[in-house]
Design a protein. Structure first.
Lengths: 341, 120
């Protein structure tokens, strides 16, 4: 804020004391001309100061605008990535599966596992039913064997009585005795086979019982596991859905923020255009200064300055660039230098 | 993608207009004065020209007159974007063949709306 006042002060000093052409023509004022000649170089320096100031402002605004562009590009990229990841706007650029897609895939897999487990339980239950049927059939075999055993006993008694009757018949019963002996032998064999089958049926029943017991235990555990799995799957799906909802909400927030950011950047872009207006106004002032300087030069170009180059106002300059334009180029710290005392 | 030529001697103005138009989905070419614009148009045809008025080498009015003399640019929209708001200057622009006149500072959203209106 200080520099324009200084420039303005210098200009007033330089221009305010300049008499009109008419008065110069009316009376010769060599002292005044010498004074103007003394201040004239300062007009050129002021013009240069303004040019440099305008350039610095433009460079700053270009830098700020660059930053805004970077912010806008990054904000847009972030929203695009988030949208792609969540799956609300098709697959992400990276080609990776979206979060929504992952949830669907996980849900599908979990549901398949559940179905497979439930099917395994059903198969196990059906196996139990079949083995129970087999056990019942074994029981029926045992019952049938009991009846067969009774028949065998009857046959054995029949063979015994037949042999007695054959003995009573003497030689006439010889053939009948042979039949009775064969019948007794067949009865013995039949009993042996019946006993073997009975033993096999018992073994089969025992085996069926133990298998049934194992299957029932397994089925019971399976049911517990299925229920546990179902609860865990439900919880996992709920968690995934909750995470998805939360991320979607976050994305919506980011999108809204992005829109606000775009509005803010738009306002900033409009605001930053002050630089163009200022540059133009400074340009016009520079043109006026150059014209003024040229005109004064025609009047006092050959006049010796009243004193050597002035240094008034230079003490107010605070920057190296200012002092350089004024012809004061001393060794000094540059912008960004740090010195600790 | 529609292509726009921005002609302005101010680096920052070119940057801000470019930024706004690129955000709006346009391809942008930049030129720093009228002659530069004519040179660039020889190799890169555009759908719209947005030009400043006061520029070194060749000003905006002369540029428009030159462009309207070219068959390829006879009917293409040309917008003036300038700090100048005097009615007389506007008339000069209109007479030269400008499609519209926007006074700086521009509002990015309005600029995009205007561009959408003048582009077929």
């Amino acid at each position: 804020m200080g520099r324009p006042e200084i420039l303005h002060g210098n200009l007033s000093r330089a221009v305010g004391e300049i008499p009109s052409k008419a008065s110069l023509a009316a009376e010769s004022r060599p002292g005044l001309e010498a004074e103007v000649a003394r201040y004239l170089p300062q007009l050129g320096r002021m013009s240069e100061q303004l040019k440099q100031t305008s350039k610095q402002i433009e460079e700053s605004v270009v830098g700020v605008c660059d930053s805004f562009q970077g912010i806008a590009v990054r904000a847009r990229a972030t929203v695009a990535r988030a949208t792609g990841f969540l799956g609300n706007d098709g697959p992400s650029d990276s080609g990776k599966q979206s979060f929504e897609g992952l949830i669907e895939a996980c849900s599908g897999t979990l549901v398949k596992i559940m179905h497979t487990t439930v099917e395994a339980g059903d198969i196990s239950r059906r196996a139990i039913e079949r083995i129970e049927d087999m056990d019942a059939a074994s029981q029926q075999i045992s019952d049938a064997l009991g009846q067969l055993d009774q028949i065998t006993n009857s046959n054995r008694m029949l063979a015994f009585n037949a042999r007695i009757e054959a003995a009573h018949a003497g030689s006439a019963g010889m053939g009948f005795a042979v039949v009775a002996v064969e019948l007794a032998a067949a009865t013995v064999k039949s009993r042996s086979v019946t006993a073997q089958v009975g033993e096999l049926a018992l073994n089969l029943r025992a085996l069926a019982e133990s298998t049934l017991e194992d299957l029932r235990r397994m089925n019971e555990k399976d049911s517990e596991r299925i229920e546990q799995c179902r609860q865990e799957v439900d919880a996992a799906l709920r968690d995934l859905q909750a995470a998805h909802s939360e991320m979607a909400e976050m994305l919506n927030g980011m999108t809204a923020d992005g829109a606000l950011l775009a509005t803010d950047i738009g306002a900033a872009v409009r605001g930053l255009q002050f630089q163009d207006r200022i540059s133009q106004r400074i340009g016009h002032v520079i043109a006026d200064l150059d014209t003024l300087s040229a005109r004064l030069e025609t009047h006092v170009g050959n006049v010796a300055p009243s004193a050597t180059a002035i240094d008034e106002g230079f003490s107010a300059y605070t920057m190296r660039e200012e002092r350089k334009v004024a012809g004061i180029d001393e060794a000094e710290a540059s912008a960004g230098d740090v010195e600790l005392f | 993608m529609k292509r726009v030529l921005i002609v302005d001697d101010s680096v920052s103005m070119r940057q801000m207009v470019s930024f706004t138009l690129r955000e709006g989905g346009f391809e942008v070419i930049e030129a720093e004065h009228g002659q530069d614009a004519l040179d660039k148009l020889q190799s890169s045809p555009v759908d719209l020209v947005i030009t400043d008025l006061n520029m070194p080498v060749m000003d905006g009015i002369t540029l428009i007159q030159n462009l309207r003399a070219q068959p390829a640019m006879k009917t293409k929209p040309i917008l003036m974007l300038t700090t100048e708001g005097l009615a007389g200057k506007k008339e000069q622009g209109k007479a030269a063949g400008a499609t519209g006149w926007i006074v700086k500072p521009f509002d990015p959203e309005k600029l995009l709306q205007t561009v959408a209106k003048v582009l077929p």
